[in-house]
Design a protein around this ligand. Structure first.
Ligand SMILES: [Zn+2]
Length: 446
């Protein structure tokens, strides 16, 4: 008998390798229809061999040898696509319909990551509202096979000092370039994956960060090789930050149509757009389409208090009494039109939802976003590529985003074909992260 003592994933792998792969775990998924995330059409009768969580091969049933001793999973009639990547979400902030930094615990962060994963969202970028509890969660995942959604973080994002809504002990307030530089130096110690700032004057009603400070944040990010994502609303602000070299617009421009000058600049500089269309609709949809709250696919991950609160006449009345009620609707319309225009112009687009904020529910929001991208005029195939392959490119994550040999087996297995109707992404059969089947949400009722 040989006894191994190994410490840390790498050493264990090394020992396993020395032992001639004796510890390798092999799973074979058989007889499925493949949607690989690259935009190719569906390929029937496929087999995938997954070894220690990574795809070793994927090909036609007839040409794929099933290794002896493998765990064989029959997926006849199912559709296998890459797990969804949400390039703009938030974790750990919410309890029911309340947002407060006091809820930001490792347990709440992990709960949200499990919820995302259960809906097939296998990777999420938490954009600018993370306290230090995020780092041990993220660090523990890297290089291993996580049992919850993979998380990337921007740590705490930047706002102008005295901003409204207030920073609330989550976001970092700055008012000088010196402050920007010292706070980014501080932030960088934890090696965040991104830097985030908010540039939003609430239609001229509020103070916001100055171009001088956004320029300093972007320059500092560049120096440290940290991509910078900007919350913007207006065309004017989008143009400023794109010219300054921002990596991504974390939302659609939604005060007016995007113009050729912006689209050309974004394309030339490779700036990413994360449309977050559901963000706009979540402002009024529960009031306007209360039937949404009968959708178990949405409500299964919510507490009964949350669902009841959203149904209450007082909540509906408050939504309708919002002075921006009409404007929110026109912003949604504008965001959809601008998404379509940006897509047609060839701008880089990854899926972002801004879920994980109040009434924007992790997991469900991503399926909702896919449907809304379809409403905006994109095809199901284009949408799936945006939500998988493009997300991985946005992250420079070479082993995520498509179903190809060498990549992690992060998979969304569906009962129906999402290329026929994008809402079929809600027909969840199972979800895998790094080859491990995780607890997934039951399929939506049709
Ligand atoms: Zn956000």
């Amino acid at each position: 008998m040989v006894l191994f003592a190994c410490r840390g994933a790498f050493n264990c792998l090394l020992l396993a390798a020395l032992a001639g792969g004796a510890f390798a775990e092999t799973k074979v998924l058989q007889n499925f229809n493949l949607i690989d995330g690259t935009g190719k059409s569906v390929v029937p009768n496929m087999t995938m061999v997954v070894v220690d969580g990574r795809i070793q091969s994927v090909g036609p049933n007839l040409r794929t040898r099933v290794p002896s001793g493998a765990d064989v999973i029959d997926l006849t009639g199912k559709f296998v696509m890459p797990g969804l990547i949400n390039a703009h979400g938030h974790v750990g902030l919410i309890k029911d319909l309340e947002q407060d930094p006091k809820y930001y615990t490792r347990a709440n962060v992990e709960q949200d990551l499990r919820t995302y994963a259960s809906y097939g969202v296998t990777t999420v970028v938490s954009l600018g509202t993370d306290l230090d509890a995020i780092y041990p969660v993220r660090n523990a995942q890297r290089g291993t096979r996580p049992s919850m959604a993979r998380v990337y973080t921007a740590g705490r994002g930047f706002v102008m000092r005295g901003v409204n809504p207030p920073a609330l002990g989550i976001r970092l307030e700055v008012s000088t370039i010196t402050e920007v530089n010292s706070k980014i130096a501080d932030l960088a110690k934890n090696k965040p994956d991104f830097i985030k700032f908010w540039m939003d004057d609430n239609f001229g009603r509020a103070k916001t960060i100055t171009p001088e400070l956004t320029g300093a944040i972007i320059a500092s990010g560049k120096k440290r090789k940290l991509p910078v994502a900007a919350h913007v609303v207006s065309l004017q602000h989008a143009k400023i930050v794109v010219d300054q070299g921002v990596y991504a617009l974390a939302h659609s421009v939604r005060d007016q149509p995007v113009d050729d000058a912006l689209l050309t600049a974004m394309k030339q500089r490779g700036v990413w757009l994360l449309p977050t269309i559901t963000r706009e609709s979540a402002q009024f949809m529960y009031a306007e389409k209360p039937a949404m709250l009968n959708d178990v696919f949405m409500t299964q991950s919510l507490s009964s208090q949350t669902v009841e609160a959203l149904r209450k006449p007082a909540y509906v009345a408050a939504s309708q009494a919002d002075p921006d009620y009409t404007r929110n609707k026109s912003m949604l319309d504008m965001a959809e039109r601008n998404l379509r225009r940006s897509f047609e112009a060839g701008v880089n687009i990854a899926m972002g939802t801004d879920s994980g904020a109040v009434a924007r529910f992790p997991g469900f929001a991503e399926h909702w976003e896919l449907e809304m991208m379809s409403d905006a005029g994109l095809t199901a195939s284009q949408i799936i590529t945006i939500a998988t392959k493009n997300g991985a490119q946005f992250l420079h994550a070479r082993d995520l985003g498509t179903i190809e040999a060498g990549k992690w087996a992060d998979l969304l297995v569906l009962n129906r074909n999402p290329l026929e109707d994008i809402r079929n992404t809600r027909q969840i059969h199972s979800v895998y992260i790094a080859g491990n089947k995780i607890k997934s949400a039951p399929p939506a009722v049709r």
